[in-house]
Structures are given as structure tokens and as C-alpha cells.
Write a protein that binds this ligand. Sequence first.
Ligand SMILES: [Mn+2]
Length: 444
Amino acid sequence: MSQQGIGNPPFLLLPASAMASLRLLCTGDVHLGRRPTRVPADEALTVERVWQACVQAAIREAVDAVVLTGDLIDRENRYFEAIGPLLQGLQHLAAASIPVYAVAGNHDFDTLPGVQAFDREGVHLLGVPGEWTQQPLKKDGETVAILTGWSFPQQHVDRSPLRSFERPVTDHPVIGVLHADAGTAQSRYAPVSHQALQQSGVDLWLLGHLHRPQTLALPGTPVLYPGSPQPLDPGEQGVHGPWIIDVPAGGTPTLTQRPLATLRYAEVVVSLDGCATPDEIRRQTTLAVEDALAAHVAEQEPLRHLRCRLRFEGRTPLHRTVDDRLAALAPDLSVMNGSATATVERVTVATRPVHDLQALAQGNDPPAVLAQLLLAVEEGREVDGLAALEARLSHALRRLQRSARYQPLRQDADIDWTSEAGAPQDLLQRQGLLLLDALLAAQS
Ligand SMILES: [Mn+2]
């Protein structure tokens, strides 16, 4: 269980006089109705399942409130898939007398305010569209904190919502809830600067919009992006799950993530150093995926599926054929550990031949000239024609990516478009090494 006490820089001490001990569960960007990309259709991997687990955790851990930081519903056309699980979760929390405080994000600005549950006692939608509102959080009839929040009024907002923010006048701790793009001046999703968050006078900011869980270490102002409780695409690596926020009376609050996600996307590095036969490559690949799955299951008990990006490294005499071998092997690889399965989403080959480039570069035949060029690429040295070659390659890649033919792909948010090609230098090196292998094979 990962614990990130934001001790460094020190987490703000809330005034003892104004505090009872307080425990919150916070999550956001649930995107109910969306299916995580590039994983098998499996009920255990749905965001609805992990949302239920969040609700159960809130009840089990007897929190004083649940805070939801926006984008609970994926979008309007998924409303009917989302609304049932959302209402059911809210009902379970209401039955356990746990109040809920939520804001609307850029995905559910048009659906969340209409959800009937938000009119009822104990389920609060903070912020009327585009404006700040506040609600007290009570414990045993006494106010122990003030929650203040702002909800998206439309899909895009390019001005900071903090421009119209005023800290509620109170002796109680103030907890801010906001769906926003923090640390940037220009964004269509409510840009807020770190400085504005720090100068707000708010004691704890709970934010939504970024799907990767993270804390911002702003001196004096703790900021948490709880992230999506279930990761939604391969870019969202690492542990996901809701966060428990403990504020002991007069003490230092701690933020602890509960790793409740059933899915995890990860990069797995496979070293093919010394692998001389296809058999050895297969064995090494399987071992690496088994080890990764065992490590992730140990860290994240509810894990049911590990979706891997494999990166092959190391020196192997099979360098030249490794691409084809792995392209055929990887999609079928499936490894199990208890009730968890690991599969392969994508393969990157960065292996190298066993040749000694320095030795090969001593000469003036074609392999020697190519070896000299490859050494220059590796060391970032400029040699005749290299810069021009890299420029031509970058240009060709850009033209390919911008081609009108690929327009529908670019518009599909579910497709990770940018990282497919890799850096031009990597491509140049890989292709150069393959060419070198071919030249040497032709000589012998
Ligand atoms: Mn968002």
C-alpha cells in the first residue's frame, strides 16, 4: 500500500482549535460508461466495478465524507450506462450516512447537474455552473470543515476559475474541490496556476482532470489529483485507486492511496543479453512478464489484468530477426498469477547486435562508414550529412502523421497517436543497425 504523506515540503498544520479528526475518501475522473482501451471485455475490468469498490472502501473505512472531483460520467452518450452504477453507489453511501461532495468536470458538465440524487440530503453538487458555492461538512452535528467547489458550465473553459474565487470566511479548515488543469496558463480545461492555488488561502485542494494520480508539492498548500480509480488507457501507468485523507485533530494530514484498481498498464523491460536461440528469447520474455505480474499483484491485491508494453533491450546475435519473431509471439502471450492475467499490448525492440562498433568503424568499406555514422548518432556527434538526414527523417515522419488519411485516427481520443513512432534518432539507430547486420551478412 503506497503512502504519500506530503511531508516534504511540510503538509500544512490545520489549526487545532478548529478541528476534529476527519477522514475523507477522494476520487475523480471515474468516467462511468467508458471502457478501458486495449483490454479484453471483462466485467472485472470495468470502471463500474472499481467505482463500487471505492464506495465499499468508504463504508468499510468509516470516512466522514466522499469527495468526487469531476468527470464521474464519461459523456452524454454513455449516460444510461453510467447512471445506474452512479445512483447505486450514492444510495449505498447515503444509507451509511456518508455525505458526498462533488463537482462537474468538462465531460459531465451537462449530465451531472441533472442527476436527481444531487438534490437530496447529504449528496451535494458544489458550484452552480461556472460559480463557486460552499457547504459545511458536519460531524456529530458540529461543522468541522467547509468544502468549496466550482463546476464546469460548458465543455471548454479557457479562463482560471480562481479569478472569481473568494475564500469562505470561517475559522474551519477550507477544502477546495475543482476540476482543472493545474500548473498551466493556457488550456481549454480551466487552467489554474500553482501560484493561484497557493495564494487562495485554501487548506487542501482536491483536483480532477489528470488521470494519473499525483500530489503537487506546493509549499504550504497540499494539492491532490486522485486520478482515475481505474486506469483508462496505456498512457495511465502506475497504481490507481481512491485516496484516504486523514486529518487528525491538530495533526498533520496524510494522503494514502488505496490500490483498488483491477487493471494496470505497465512497461516491462526484457533483456535479451546473451540470448542466442529463439527458445531463449521466448523463455526470457515469459520470465520477465511473470516477474512483472508477481511484483504488481503483490503491490495491488485486486489486480486482475496487467497490460504490458514490452521493451526488448540487450545484445543478441539474433538482433536482426528479433523484430519478426517478437511481433509473432507477443500478442499471444498470456501469463497467469492467481486470478490475475498479464497480456502484451505492444512491443518495442531496442536490442543491439553483438558487433563491436568501435572495431568495425576502423576502415573505409561500407560497414565501416555505417558504423562511424551509428557511433555519431549514439554519441550525439555531428558528422557530414547526419543533421540533414535527421531533418529529412523528421520531416517525413511529420508528413506521415499529418496525412489526411489518418485524420479519423487523430480524432479518436482512445487512440494513443503521438507515441507510436518514437524519436527519429531511435528509428535511425535501429534501422542503421539492421542495415549493418545485412551488410556484414552479405560479406561473409
Ligand atoms: Mn476532465
